[in-house]
Design a binder for this molecule. Structure first.
Ligand SMILES: [Zn+2]
Length: 496
């Protein structure tokens, strides 16, 4: 590893849009992509006299997220107004949580490279807090007709967000990307967000600075907040750019933390640069005060218990199950985990109905997920129900048919949703070949392939596999396992 003259220090704030049907304090829909300003009402427009009513579902999801991140859930939490002026914020304040967030502390384990050994290792990034807040609207800058118009769409105003704030324990652009990837996976796994980054369901702000070694002393550079990073690539590129910029700027000016104000910079994906936006406000500038329109929240044990129950299967716990109980290779386990909880649930049904776990995983990875990807559907509308695929896998296990005929049966089952495995196997027109017939075939094959006999006599049983292809040509219903068993016995007993 190259030794840099500085250490990178990153803290991430991730905004997760909660999967509620309606907004945080009104009954407007949160659906994405509707015509501008069609999902608004007096509450989210901030009209005088309109009063907010809390969406309980947002609380449930926030608590679920907090539990999955190992946070302390606050039994008592409240709402505060964060006051600022911006055209996309019609109320003039954002309803947020200031000093009593719903979740405190906790952490997230990510993939990282050990700084000392240079090896892959897991690293836990601690969290400061996670709080609930409402989203603002969207400004749309219309430059298409040569006009410098800015229009406001308030459909998004009032959508519930959970802002998850990490400690500054992330030490590279790659770790930041891994953190965001794992956070998104966890939140999608538990049904907390749809995780659609193109639609803005998950966005991050990164606080970045450097700790530079200078004459045996460590000097920190002023902290820069990069706003609204809405893709993994943007996070990585923006941090890389900012690290280089800060180091250069420090060499030029020598300004350290405290000697220059904290600033906010925006990421420009086209130029690949961060651009100065403004000097960062202090929390005092926002004049936070408790929202007089909303009562504080006292969380009941029932809400916490339900969240606990909904957060039992996390990516980490599923990884552990797949590699230990189900004995899968870590790479296969990871591929399954990345597909989400529903895919794992499907896999578990296969195994619970008698399929061998490794065979089940291999069929999931090669056949089921390929179908799902190619047809752009989800596991929920994959045409073959898990118990039916399980039955097919068991039939293969029992030697009733081989893998390639099994694939033909599965093909039929995907073409005719609802077709039972038994029926699909019958439809292949498979006829049980009696053992006399197999023996006769074995004799012919061995006579035609004396080299195989020699190899088996020399202890190489795998050579028998070469007979399967020619055997299938002579009789497609032949069971390859039985064929190889009989051939082996014939060679051993000289019964050819
Ligand atoms: Zn509304």
């Amino acid at each position: 590893m190259i030794k840099r003259p500085y250490r990178i220090v990153i803290g991430l704030e991730v905004h997760v849009q909660l999967m509620t049907k309606t907004k945080l304090f009104c009954r407007c829909s949160t659906k994405f992509g509707s015509p501008p300003n069609t999902q608004v009402c007096p509450v989210c427009l901030g009209l005088p006299g309109a009063l907010p009513v809390l969406n309980q579902r947002a609380i449930d999801l926030a608590v679920r997220a907090g539990i999955s991140l190992g946070c302390d859930i606050a039994p008592f939490t409240k709402w505060d107004r964060k006051n600022y002026f911006y055209p996309d914020l019609p109320k003039g304040y954002q309803t947020s949580q200031f000093d009593l967030p719903i979740c405190n502390r906790g952490g997230l384990e990510i993939d990282a490279v050990d700084e000392v050994t240079g090896k892959q290792a897991r690293k836990r990034i601690s969290l400061v807090r996670a709080h609930l807040e409402e989203d603002a609207g969207k400004s749309m800058h219309d430059e298409s007709q040569g006009k410098a118009d800015t229009r406001i769409d308030l459909n998004r105003a009032g959508t519930p967000l959970l802002e998850i704030v990490s400690e500054p324990e992330i030490s590279s652009a790659e770790e930041a990307k891994n953190y965001l990837t794992e956070m998104r996976l966890l939140m999608m796994f538990l049904g907390i967000t749809d995780g659609n980054m193109q639609e803005g369901s998950l966005r991050a702000d990164a606080n970045v600075n450097l700790h530079i070694d200078r004459d045996g002393e460590t000097v920190a550079t002023p902290i820069v907040e990069i706003k609204n990073l809405n893709s993994f690539r943007a996070v990585e590129r923006a941090i890389c750019f900012e690290v280089a910029r800060q180091y250069e700027s420090f060499l030029e000016t020598g300004l350290a933390l405290g000697q220059a104000p904290k600033t906010t910079r925006g990421w420009n994906d086209v130029t690949g640069e961060t651009e100065l936006q403004r000097e960062k406000e202090d929390s005092a500038d926002y004049r936070y005060f408790p929202c007089p329109d909303l009562v504080p929240i006292v969380l009941s044990q029932a809400v916490i218990d339900e969240a606990k129950q909904k957060a039992t299967k996390t990516p980490n716990s599923v990884r552990a199950l797949l590699t230990t109980k189900y004995e899968l290779k870590p790479t296969d386990a990871e591929t399954l985990v990345q597909q989400g909880l529903k895919v794992f649930d499907y896999f578990e049904v296969l195994v619970s109905k008698g399929a061998n776990s490794k065979r089940a995983a291999s069929w999931m990875l090669q056949d089921v997920l390929r179908y799902v990807n190619e047809n752009r559907c989800t596991i929920e509308n994959y045409p073959v129900a898990a118990p039916e695929l399980a039955q097919l896998l068991v039939a293969i296990e029992q030697g009733k048919l081989d893998t390639s005929r099994g694939r033909e049966a599965l093909q039929k089952m995907t073409e005719q949703p609802g077709l039972l495995a038994d029926k699909a196997i019958d439809a292949l027109g498979m006829v049980q070949v009696d053992s006399g017939e197999i023996e006769a075939l074995c004799k012919v094959l061995l006579q035609e392939n004396p080299d195989v006999i020699e190899k088996v006599r020399a202890g190489n049983d795998k050579a028998l596999a070469a007979l399967v292809g020619p055997a299938k040509k002579k009789n497609k219903n032949i069971d390859p396992r039985k064929l190889q068993e009989i051939c082996k016995r014939m060679i051993e007993t000289d019964g050819i």
